[in-house]
Design a protein around this ligand. Structure first.
Ligand SMILES: Cc1ncc(COP(=O)(O)O)c(C=O)c1O
Length: 395
Protein backbone atom coordinates (compact mmCIF):
# COMPACT_ATOMS: atom_id res chain seq x y z
CA UNK A 1 0.00 0.00 0.00
CA UNK A 2 1.51 3.45 -0.86
CA UNK A 3 2.56 5.51 2.17
CA UNK A 4 -0.32 7.34 3.82
CA UNK A 5 -3.04 5.19 2.21
CA UNK A 6 -5.50 2.83 3.84
CA UNK A 7 -6.83 0.88 0.86
CA UNK A 8 -8.05 3.59 -1.54
CA UNK A 9 -8.45 6.15 1.28
CA UNK A 10 -6.06 8.67 2.83
CA UNK A 11 -3.25 10.38 0.89
CA UNK A 12 -2.08 13.97 0.88
CA UNK A 13 -4.26 16.23 -1.30
CA UNK A 14 -2.86 19.62 -0.31
CA UNK A 15 -1.51 22.78 -1.93
CA UNK A 16 2.19 22.68 -2.86
CA UNK A 17 3.05 24.99 0.06
CA UNK A 18 1.96 22.39 2.61
CA UNK A 19 4.16 19.61 1.26
CA UNK A 20 7.41 20.73 3.00
CA UNK A 21 5.99 20.89 6.56
CA UNK A 22 4.12 17.59 6.03
CA UNK A 23 7.34 15.95 4.79
CA UNK A 24 9.26 17.39 7.74
CA UNK A 25 6.61 16.02 10.11
CA UNK A 26 6.61 12.61 8.42
CA UNK A 27 10.41 12.40 8.79
CA UNK A 28 10.17 13.46 12.44
CA UNK A 29 7.51 10.82 13.10
CA UNK A 30 9.81 8.13 11.72
CA UNK A 31 12.93 9.36 13.51
CA UNK A 32 11.61 10.54 16.86
CA UNK A 33 8.38 8.71 17.77
CA UNK A 34 9.82 5.17 18.07
CA UNK A 35 12.88 6.25 20.08
CA UNK A 36 12.96 4.93 23.66
CA UNK A 37 13.78 8.43 24.99
CA UNK A 38 10.64 9.91 23.39
CA UNK A 39 8.45 7.02 24.47
CA UNK A 40 9.71 7.26 28.07
CA UNK A 41 9.10 11.02 28.25
CA UNK A 42 5.61 10.63 26.79
CA UNK A 43 4.78 7.73 29.09
CA UNK A 44 5.85 9.77 32.13
CA UNK A 45 3.67 12.71 31.05
CA UNK A 46 0.69 10.46 30.35
CA UNK A 47 0.98 8.83 33.77
CA UNK A 48 1.94 11.72 36.02
CA UNK A 49 0.26 14.66 34.24
CA UNK A 50 -2.69 13.29 32.25
CA UNK A 51 -3.74 10.49 34.63
CA UNK A 52 -3.11 7.23 32.73
CA UNK A 53 -3.85 4.44 32.92
CA UNK A 54 -7.57 5.13 32.89
CA UNK A 55 -9.76 2.55 34.64
CA UNK A 56 -12.04 -0.02 33.03
CA UNK A 57 -15.24 0.41 35.05
CA UNK A 58 -17.99 -2.21 35.32
CA UNK A 59 -21.54 -0.79 35.27
CA UNK A 60 -23.33 -3.10 37.73
CA UNK A 61 -26.82 -1.61 37.50
CA UNK A 62 -26.96 -1.39 33.72
CA UNK A 63 -25.31 -4.83 33.37
CA UNK A 64 -28.08 -6.43 35.47
CA UNK A 65 -30.71 -4.73 33.32
CA UNK A 66 -29.05 -5.58 29.99
CA UNK A 67 -28.10 -9.23 30.62
CA UNK A 68 -24.41 -8.79 29.78
CA UNK A 69 -21.44 -7.14 31.48
CA UNK A 70 -21.15 -3.50 30.40
CA UNK A 71 -17.70 -1.95 30.90
CA UNK A 72 -16.59 1.65 30.34
CA UNK A 73 -13.06 2.65 29.30
CA UNK A 74 -12.79 5.84 31.34
CA UNK A 75 -11.06 8.39 29.08
CA UNK A 76 -13.42 10.91 30.73
CA UNK A 77 -11.20 10.78 33.81
CA UNK A 78 -8.17 12.19 31.99
CA UNK A 79 -6.85 15.71 32.64
CA UNK A 80 -8.89 18.27 30.60
CA UNK A 81 -11.78 15.80 30.39
CA UNK A 82 -11.34 13.69 27.27
CA UNK A 83 -9.05 11.43 25.25
CA UNK A 84 -7.76 14.45 23.30
CA UNK A 85 -4.87 14.97 25.76
CA UNK A 86 -3.27 11.62 24.67
CA UNK A 87 -2.74 13.16 21.25
CA UNK A 88 -1.81 16.73 22.21
CA UNK A 89 0.87 15.69 24.71
CA UNK A 90 2.43 13.42 22.09
CA UNK A 91 2.35 16.06 19.35
CA UNK A 92 3.57 18.86 21.66
CA UNK A 93 6.49 16.71 22.76
CA UNK A 94 7.27 15.85 19.14
CA UNK A 95 7.07 19.55 18.17
CA UNK A 96 9.51 20.50 20.89
CA UNK A 97 11.95 17.82 19.75
CA UNK A 98 11.60 19.16 16.19
CA UNK A 99 12.74 22.56 17.49
CA UNK A 100 9.34 24.25 17.10
CA UNK A 101 8.31 26.96 19.55
CA UNK A 102 4.60 27.25 18.78
CA UNK A 103 1.50 25.14 18.22
CA UNK A 104 -1.50 25.96 16.08
CA UNK A 105 -4.71 23.93 16.36
CA UNK A 106 -8.33 23.85 15.25
CA UNK A 107 -11.17 23.04 17.59
CA UNK A 108 -14.90 22.39 17.34
CA UNK A 109 -16.29 21.50 20.76
CA UNK A 110 -13.25 23.10 22.35
CA UNK A 111 -11.98 19.83 23.89
CA UNK A 112 -9.03 19.56 21.51
CA UNK A 113 -8.34 23.30 21.90
CA UNK A 114 -8.22 22.98 25.69
CA UNK A 115 -6.03 19.86 25.48
CA UNK A 116 -3.64 21.64 23.06
CA UNK A 117 -3.50 24.76 25.25
CA UNK A 118 -2.71 22.64 28.32
CA UNK A 119 0.02 20.66 26.52
CA UNK A 120 1.54 23.88 25.15
CA UNK A 121 1.55 25.53 28.58
CA UNK A 122 3.09 22.44 30.16
CA UNK A 123 5.86 22.18 27.55
CA UNK A 124 6.60 25.89 27.16
CA UNK A 125 5.19 26.38 23.65
CA UNK A 126 2.98 29.25 22.52
CA UNK A 127 -0.47 28.31 21.23
CA UNK A 128 -3.00 29.68 18.75
CA UNK A 129 -6.40 27.99 18.38
CA UNK A 130 -8.83 28.58 15.49
CA UNK A 131 -12.49 28.07 16.31
CA UNK A 132 -15.61 28.82 14.26
CA UNK A 133 -17.68 31.76 15.55
CA UNK A 134 -20.67 29.47 15.96
CA UNK A 135 -18.64 27.10 18.16
CA UNK A 136 -17.17 30.03 20.14
CA UNK A 137 -20.78 30.92 21.00
CA UNK A 138 -21.89 27.30 21.72
CA UNK A 139 -18.83 26.36 23.80
CA UNK A 140 -18.08 29.56 25.74
CA UNK A 141 -16.68 27.81 28.87
CA UNK A 142 -14.03 26.04 26.78
CA UNK A 143 -13.04 29.34 25.14
CA UNK A 144 -12.44 30.77 28.62
CA UNK A 145 -10.43 27.67 29.63
CA UNK A 146 -8.18 27.95 26.55
CA UNK A 147 -7.51 31.63 27.27
CA UNK A 148 -6.75 30.91 30.93
CA UNK A 149 -4.25 28.28 29.77
CA UNK A 150 -2.47 30.97 27.75
CA UNK A 151 -3.77 30.23 24.24
CA UNK A 152 -4.86 32.86 21.75
CA UNK A 153 -8.31 31.91 20.45
CA UNK A 154 -9.06 33.22 16.95
CA UNK A 155 -12.76 33.08 15.99
CA UNK A 156 -13.39 32.13 12.33
CA UNK A 157 -16.20 33.95 10.51
CA UNK A 158 -15.95 32.05 7.19
CA UNK A 159 -18.37 29.39 5.88
CA UNK A 160 -20.63 27.73 8.42
CA UNK A 161 -18.39 29.13 11.20
CA UNK A 162 -17.71 25.64 12.57
CA UNK A 163 -14.94 23.02 12.68
CA UNK A 164 -14.37 22.61 8.94
CA UNK A 165 -13.78 26.37 8.57
CA UNK A 166 -11.47 26.42 11.60
CA UNK A 167 -9.34 23.66 9.98
CA UNK A 168 -9.05 25.70 6.76
CA UNK A 169 -7.82 28.76 8.69
CA UNK A 170 -5.40 26.75 10.83
CA UNK A 171 -3.86 25.21 7.69
CA UNK A 172 -3.43 28.70 6.17
CA UNK A 173 -1.80 29.95 9.38
CA UNK A 174 0.57 26.95 9.35
CA UNK A 175 1.65 27.57 5.75
CA UNK A 176 2.87 31.05 6.72
CA UNK A 177 4.69 29.95 9.92
CA UNK A 178 5.91 26.43 9.23
CA UNK A 179 9.50 27.09 10.35
CA UNK A 180 8.54 27.81 13.96
CA UNK A 181 5.10 26.20 14.27
CA UNK A 182 3.70 22.68 14.47
CA UNK A 183 0.07 22.06 13.46
CA UNK A 184 -1.34 19.97 16.31
CA UNK A 185 -4.21 18.31 14.42
CA UNK A 186 -7.00 17.03 16.66
CA UNK A 187 -8.26 13.86 15.07
CA UNK A 188 -7.13 10.87 12.99
CA UNK A 189 -7.95 12.61 9.71
CA UNK A 190 -6.38 15.18 7.36
CA UNK A 191 -3.34 14.74 5.09
CA UNK A 192 -0.66 12.10 5.73
CA UNK A 193 0.95 11.72 8.27
CA UNK A 194 -1.80 13.01 10.62
CA UNK A 195 -4.15 9.97 10.44
CA UNK A 196 -1.26 7.63 11.35
CA UNK A 197 0.32 9.97 13.91
CA UNK A 198 -2.93 10.58 15.80
CA UNK A 199 -3.89 6.89 15.63
CA UNK A 200 -0.55 5.83 17.06
CA UNK A 201 -0.81 8.35 19.90
CA UNK A 202 -4.38 7.27 20.73
CA UNK A 203 -3.69 3.52 20.48
CA UNK A 204 -2.81 3.52 24.17
CA UNK A 205 -6.61 3.30 24.70
CA UNK A 206 -6.96 -0.04 22.91
CA UNK A 207 -3.73 -1.49 24.32
CA UNK A 208 -4.78 -0.74 27.89
CA UNK A 209 -8.32 -2.01 27.26
CA UNK A 210 -7.10 -5.40 26.00
CA UNK A 211 -4.82 -5.87 29.03
CA UNK A 212 -7.52 -4.70 31.46
CA UNK A 213 -10.13 -7.06 29.95
CA UNK A 214 -7.75 -9.99 30.37
CA UNK A 215 -7.23 -9.00 34.00
CA UNK A 216 -10.91 -8.40 34.73
CA UNK A 217 -12.52 -11.40 33.05
CA UNK A 218 -9.68 -13.41 31.56
CA UNK A 219 -10.50 -12.81 27.89
CA UNK A 220 -10.97 -10.17 25.22
CA UNK A 221 -14.44 -8.58 25.03
CA UNK A 222 -17.18 -9.71 22.63
CA UNK A 223 -18.02 -6.19 21.47
CA UNK A 224 -16.20 -2.83 21.60
CA UNK A 225 -18.11 0.38 20.84
CA UNK A 226 -16.85 3.95 20.27
CA UNK A 227 -18.28 7.16 18.84
CA UNK A 228 -16.84 8.51 15.57
CA UNK A 229 -16.38 12.21 14.85
CA UNK A 230 -13.11 12.59 12.95
CA UNK A 231 -12.39 9.16 14.38
CA UNK A 232 -9.52 9.44 16.88
CA UNK A 233 -10.98 7.84 20.01
CA UNK A 234 -12.48 5.03 17.93
CA UNK A 235 -9.32 4.30 15.94
CA UNK A 236 -7.26 4.45 19.16
CA UNK A 237 -9.54 1.79 20.61
CA UNK A 238 -9.96 -0.35 17.47
CA UNK A 239 -6.47 -0.36 15.93
CA UNK A 240 -4.71 -2.57 18.52
CA UNK A 241 -7.60 -5.07 18.24
CA UNK A 242 -7.18 -5.26 14.46
CA UNK A 243 -3.48 -6.05 14.95
CA UNK A 244 -4.05 -8.93 17.35
CA UNK A 245 -4.99 -12.30 15.76
CA UNK A 246 -6.62 -13.36 19.06
CA UNK A 247 -9.05 -10.45 18.64
CA UNK A 248 -10.38 -11.62 15.26
CA UNK A 249 -13.82 -12.40 16.72
CA UNK A 250 -14.19 -9.10 18.63
CA UNK A 251 -16.95 -6.97 17.06
CA UNK A 252 -15.70 -3.38 16.56
CA UNK A 253 -18.59 -0.94 16.34
CA UNK A 254 -18.25 2.76 15.46
CA UNK A 255 -21.17 5.13 16.02
CA UNK A 256 -21.86 8.21 13.91
CA UNK A 257 -24.21 11.02 14.87
CA UNK A 258 -27.55 11.03 13.09
CA UNK A 259 -28.69 14.52 14.13
CA UNK A 260 -32.35 15.06 14.97
CA UNK A 261 -33.48 12.00 13.02
CA UNK A 262 -36.21 14.02 11.23
CA UNK A 263 -36.57 13.20 7.51
CA UNK A 264 -34.09 15.29 5.51
CA UNK A 265 -32.23 16.55 8.62
CA UNK A 266 -28.51 17.30 8.60
CA UNK A 267 -26.40 14.49 10.10
CA UNK A 268 -22.73 13.85 10.88
CA UNK A 269 -22.68 10.36 9.40
CA UNK A 270 -20.40 10.29 6.31
CA UNK A 271 -19.59 6.56 6.63
CA UNK A 272 -23.27 5.63 6.57
CA UNK A 273 -24.71 8.38 4.39
CA UNK A 274 -21.78 9.90 2.48
CA UNK A 275 -19.68 9.12 -0.58
CA UNK A 276 -15.93 9.15 -1.33
CA UNK A 277 -14.31 12.54 -1.94
CA UNK A 278 -11.53 14.88 -0.85
CA UNK A 279 -11.68 17.22 2.15
CA UNK A 280 -8.90 18.71 4.28
CA UNK A 281 -6.17 16.92 2.36
CA UNK A 282 -7.54 13.37 2.57
CA UNK A 283 -9.57 11.05 0.37
CA UNK A 284 -12.31 9.62 2.57
CA UNK A 285 -16.06 9.35 3.03
CA UNK A 286 -17.78 12.75 3.03
CA UNK A 287 -21.18 14.36 3.23
CA UNK A 288 -21.34 16.11 -0.13
CA UNK A 289 -23.80 17.00 -2.84
CA UNK A 290 -23.69 15.74 -6.43
CA UNK A 291 -21.30 18.59 -7.36
CA UNK A 292 -18.87 17.67 -4.57
CA UNK A 293 -19.90 20.64 -2.40
CA UNK A 294 -19.61 19.79 1.30
CA UNK A 295 -23.02 19.53 2.99
CA UNK A 296 -23.61 21.10 6.40
CA UNK A 297 -23.37 18.57 9.21
CA UNK A 298 -25.27 18.62 12.46
CA UNK A 299 -25.32 16.83 15.81
CA UNK A 300 -26.37 17.76 19.34
CA UNK A 301 -22.74 16.97 20.24
CA UNK A 302 -20.36 19.55 18.78
CA UNK A 303 -17.46 17.06 18.84
CA UNK A 304 -19.19 14.78 16.31
CA UNK A 305 -20.32 17.66 14.11
CA UNK A 306 -18.01 17.13 11.11
CA UNK A 307 -18.89 16.24 7.47
CA UNK A 308 -15.82 14.00 6.98
CA UNK A 309 -14.14 11.12 8.78
CA UNK A 310 -10.63 9.73 9.11
CA UNK A 311 -9.57 7.59 6.11
CA UNK A 312 -8.69 4.49 8.14
CA UNK A 313 -12.33 4.20 9.25
CA UNK A 314 -13.42 4.38 5.60
CA UNK A 315 -10.99 1.52 4.93
CA UNK A 316 -12.14 -0.49 7.99
CA UNK A 317 -15.73 -0.14 6.79
CA UNK A 318 -14.94 -1.14 3.20
CA UNK A 319 -12.76 -4.08 4.34
CA UNK A 320 -15.31 -5.30 6.90
CA UNK A 321 -12.85 -4.84 9.80
CA UNK A 322 -15.37 -2.71 11.74
CA UNK A 323 -19.05 -1.85 11.40
CA UNK A 324 -20.54 1.64 11.64
CA UNK A 325 -24.04 2.65 12.71
CA UNK A 326 -26.04 5.82 13.35
CA UNK A 327 -27.49 7.08 16.64
CA UNK A 328 -29.77 10.13 16.72
CA UNK A 329 -29.73 13.02 19.22
CA UNK A 330 -32.66 11.84 21.36
CA UNK A 331 -31.17 8.34 21.88
CA UNK A 332 -27.84 9.88 22.90
CA UNK A 333 -29.60 12.18 25.36
CA UNK A 334 -31.56 9.24 26.82
CA UNK A 335 -28.31 7.27 27.24
CA UNK A 336 -26.72 10.30 28.92
CA UNK A 337 -29.59 10.37 31.43
CA UNK A 338 -29.42 6.59 31.97
CA UNK A 339 -25.70 6.65 32.82
CA UNK A 340 -26.10 9.61 35.20
CA UNK A 341 -28.86 7.93 37.18
CA UNK A 342 -27.73 4.28 37.02
CA UNK A 343 -23.99 4.60 37.52
CA UNK A 344 -23.27 8.12 38.79
CA UNK A 345 -21.27 9.13 35.71
CA UNK A 346 -21.94 12.21 33.51
CA UNK A 347 -20.68 11.24 30.04
CA UNK A 348 -19.88 13.62 27.16
CA UNK A 349 -22.67 13.78 24.57
CA UNK A 350 -20.23 12.36 22.02
CA UNK A 351 -19.60 9.25 24.15
CA UNK A 352 -23.34 9.03 24.92
CA UNK A 353 -23.86 8.11 21.26
CA UNK A 354 -21.75 4.96 21.72
CA UNK A 355 -23.56 4.03 24.91
CA UNK A 356 -26.94 4.65 23.27
CA UNK A 357 -26.22 2.09 20.56
CA UNK A 358 -25.57 -0.53 23.25
CA UNK A 359 -28.73 0.34 25.18
CA UNK A 360 -30.88 0.43 22.02
CA UNK A 361 -29.49 -2.87 20.65
CA UNK A 362 -29.15 -4.84 23.89
CA UNK A 363 -31.42 -7.64 22.66
CA UNK A 364 -29.04 -8.38 19.79
CA UNK A 365 -25.90 -8.43 21.98
CA UNK A 366 -24.54 -11.67 23.50
CA UNK A 367 -26.32 -12.65 26.72
CA UNK A 368 -23.76 -13.10 29.50
CA UNK A 369 -21.11 -11.53 27.25
CA UNK A 370 -18.67 -8.67 27.74
CA UNK A 371 -19.26 -5.29 26.07
CA UNK A 372 -16.86 -2.33 26.31
CA UNK A 373 -17.87 1.27 25.54
CA UNK A 374 -15.13 3.86 25.12
CA UNK A 375 -16.25 6.74 27.33
CA UNK A 376 -14.24 9.31 25.39
CA UNK A 377 -15.03 12.31 27.59
CA UNK A 378 -16.94 13.78 30.49
CA UNK A 379 -20.16 15.73 30.18
CA UNK A 380 -19.32 18.90 32.09
CA UNK A 381 -18.71 20.83 28.85
CA UNK A 382 -22.22 19.90 27.67
CA UNK A 383 -24.15 21.25 30.65
CA UNK A 384 -25.67 24.21 28.75
CA UNK A 385 -27.03 21.90 26.03
CA UNK A 386 -28.21 19.33 28.59
CA UNK A 387 -30.04 22.06 30.51
CA UNK A 388 -32.05 22.89 27.36
CA UNK A 389 -33.10 19.23 27.12
CA UNK A 390 -33.78 18.54 30.80
CA UNK A 391 -37.59 18.43 30.43
CA UNK A 392 -37.43 15.87 27.61
CA UNK A 393 -34.96 13.78 29.66
CA UNK A 394 -37.31 13.55 32.63
CA UNK A 395 -34.55 14.91 34.90
C1 LIG B 1 -15.42 13.76 24.29
C2 LIG B 1 -15.25 13.64 22.83
N1 LIG B 1 -15.47 12.45 22.25
C3 LIG B 1 -15.34 12.28 20.92
C4 LIG B 1 -15.00 13.35 20.10
C5 LIG B 1 -14.92 13.10 18.62
O1 LIG B 1 -13.62 13.14 18.14
P1 LIG B 1 -12.88 11.84 17.63
O2 LIG B 1 -13.80 11.14 16.68
O3 LIG B 1 -11.65 12.36 17.00
O4 LIG B 1 -12.60 10.99 18.82
C6 LIG B 1 -14.75 14.62 20.65
C7 LIG B 1 -14.38 15.77 19.81
O5 LIG B 1 -14.26 16.88 20.25
C8 LIG B 1 -14.88 14.77 22.06
O6 LIG B 1 -14.69 15.95 22.65
Amino acid sequence: MPKGYFGPFGGRYVPELLIPPLEELDDACAAILPSPAFQQELDLLLRTYAGRETPLTLCPTLSRRLGFQLWLKREDLLHTGAHKINNTLGQALLARRMGKTALVAETGAGQHGVATAAAAARLGLSCTVFMGEEDVRRQAPNVARMRLLGAEVRPVAAGTKTLKDAINEALRFWIARQRTTHYCFGTAAGPHPFPTLVRDLQSVIGRETMAQCRNAFGALPDVVVACVGGGSNAIGMFFPFTRNPEAASVRLVGIEAGGSGEPGCHTSAPLNLGSPGVLHGQHSMLLQDRDGQILPSHSVSAGLDYPGVGPEHAHFQAAGLAEYHIVVDRSALAAFAALCRSEGILPALESSHALAWVLDNADALPEGGQVVVNLSGRGDKDMDIIREHLPSLGL
